[in-house]
Write a protein that binds this ligand. Sequence first.
Ligand SMILES: [Zn+2]
Length: 410
Amino acid sequence: MSDDILNSTKKIFFCKNCVESNKRYTGTLQYKRTKNQKLDTAKFDNTGVCLSCRYYEDKEKTDWKLKEKELIDILDKYRRNDGNYDVLVPGSGGKDSIFTSFILKEKYNMHPLTCTWAPGMYTDIGWKNFKSWIDAGFDNILFTPNKKVHKLLTKLAFKNLLNPFQPFILGQYYFPLRLATEKKIKLVIYGDGLAECSIGKQNINAHHQKRNISVPRLNYSIKGEEIFLGGETTQDIMEKYKLDKIDLLPFMPMEEEEVLESNTELLAITDYINYNPQNNFYFAKEKSGFQVNPDGRSEGTYTKYSSLDDKIDGFHYYTFYIKTGRGRATNDAALEVRNKIITRKEAVSLVKKYDGEFPKKYFKDFLNYIEISKKEFFDTIEEFRSQDLWKKENGKWVLKKAVWHKDETK
Ligand SMILES: [Zn+2]
């Protein structure tokens, strides 16, 4: 079955410029994710360079002064001085949401409300950083979904999709828009953009298909569409687990009509201000005392400043690695190459050293959270391991083709 869910191209190769693999998934409408579904994978041009790298080349030619002017025009349209919030900034208190909320407030005189979709299991450092963000001077609404439901959906997403992080992703996409509508805040600005997170502009545009709506297609559904959570229909979940619609509502997208009616605009700051993850890190450190991973680096990678909040993070990257052959270090290294923080050569050796490292620190917590045994965990992992990507050598699974092999870019 695992072959079905992988891309049709059997050949594996890596970007000549960064370290991205052609097997990377590029996102889909989360509410349509089903078991055995074929997913889109990273696109490359005919010179063997991934479109995310090409996007960064375009960014170098971007007139950022002009972009900032566009941003200011948008902000001027929404700015209020009547004692109401005028922009909603979703985030966790990580480097990107800190950067965004601060510049909106201090540089552009906006009145942001910040909001947070709680991680499944907060890490100590995630909770600390969240609190420092609020301490630094922001109102925040923290939404914590019903843990019984969150656990159930995490388990279903793990078993059906090998994607235990899906409930968090659903909340990231859907909760801020619903909150903005309720609070009558007409502008939502995210601190990170999908294009920067190695997906590439072209792939995202395919999802956006604007229909006179100022909200990306990833963030809402169309009337009459069936909604899947953790790979099962909401109808099935409600019947099987005796849940009400309200139990699932926080995880469900708003419909296009409701979004249109609310007249909300949703955008990413990275479309207007040149993004650099390292600069945001230094900014966040200075402004709100943002702290890095106390272990020195996160498991599965060499970096210490991204995705620190949730004990499930490590399993998100590890399961992705099993399905696509590229993990958390590839993610970070590809992004840092594009931002000219490290060279491709350095990236290759970092990927070789850290990619696919098992997230053992919170393994017990994770098993307890979704109430499965170690055996069930590894059986599920093996169910999704593609024979196209992996082979057994001396009793151990190894990648058939990795970025540090010779001729890896062909
Ligand atoms: Zn690339």
